[in-house]
Design a binder for this molecule. Structure first.
Ligand SMILES: Nc1ncnc2c1ncn2[C@@H]1O[C@H](COP(=O)(O)OP(=O)(O)OP(=O)(O)O)[C@@H](O)[C@H]1O
Length: 240
């Protein structure tokens, strides 16, 4: 775990199109995010927030448009993008038979080549769950699982945090902890993209209203050639 500033570059998306199944979920979506900035994804169920986050993480290929980092297409070096981004999705990536320590150490080792007990303890302490170190994953409550999952952000630092409804199942005090950690991350030059249906304090965040990029199905004229295989990964590595 580090308190050092990130040497981040601009992360941007240009005219992104997302097709899932045979439906255009969003089209012509563009954004840009500089060091220290945050982007809030808002919109009703099914409007494409998770799809956009998965796209940003390299887990879903854009049907058109491109993502860039420092002006260079992310697709040119997917491994580098995997190294600088941390995606926390809906599902808590916790092995039930491993202890909390073993779970977080695994991700810290894989993502940051660390996995030391000190790093894991510090990350868990930040979420007030240091006492769960030796508890197996299967015994955790929903909120405890979420906290363990989020602690991976601290156990394997990277500039770009991609968070899909990160405060789900968290109590009020832990939501405040998350808000504090988001602010600290941005103060170090980190970037945050976050989807939510609840209030999460992200001062000065840019906002993307996903339904602004919806396409009327009757007008979409979907070209089957644009559709890509569902969940076809286009970056390397294990991304839960
Ligand atoms: N694996 C899939 N195959 C086909 N369509 C999918 C798949 N996953 C999602 N979709 C569709 O893509 C659209 C966008 O879903 P997505 O999960 O990105 O929305 P969301 O805004 O995150 O929704 P929520 O607020 O409910 O989490 C939905 O119409 C959904 O049915």
């Amino acid at each position: 775990m580090t308190d050092q500033a990130f040497d981040a570059a601009e992360f941007a998306g240009e005219n992104l199109v997302c097709i899932r199944g045979e439906r255009i979920v969003f089209a012509d979506l563009s954004f840009s995010l500089g060091p220290g900035e945050a982007l809030l994804l808002l919109g009703p169920n099914g409007s494409g927030k998770s799809s956009l986050l998965r796209m940003m993480a390299g887990l879903l290929r854009p049907s058109a448009g491109q993502l860039t980092w420092g002006g260079e297409p992310v697709a040119d070096d997917p491994e580098a993008h995997g190294g600088r981004s941390r995606y926390i999705g809906h599902h808590d990536a916790i092995k039930p038979v491993l202890t909390v320590h073993e779970n977080v150490a695994f991700w810290s080792r894989l993502w940051a080549g660390d996995g030391s007990r000190e790093t894991v303890e510090k990350a868990l302490d930040a979420f007030s769950i240091g006492h769960l170190l030796e508890v197996p994953g299967r015994w955790l409550s929903a909120g405890q699982k979420r906290r363990v999952n989020l602690s991976r952000l601290l156990a394997a630092p990277a500039p770009l945090w991609l968070l899909d409804e990160p405060t789900t199942a968290l109590d009020r005090a832990t939501v405040a902890t998350v808000e504090h950690l988001l602010a600290e991350h941005r103060a170090r030059g980190g970037m945050v993209v976050l989807s939510t249906h609840t209030d999460v304090s992200l001062p000065g965040a840019k906002v993307l209203q996903m339904d602004d990029f919806a396409v009327d199905p009757a007008l979409s004229g979907l070209d089957a050639e644009m559709a890509v295989a569902e969940d076809e990964p286009w970056t390397e590595g294990v991304r839960p």
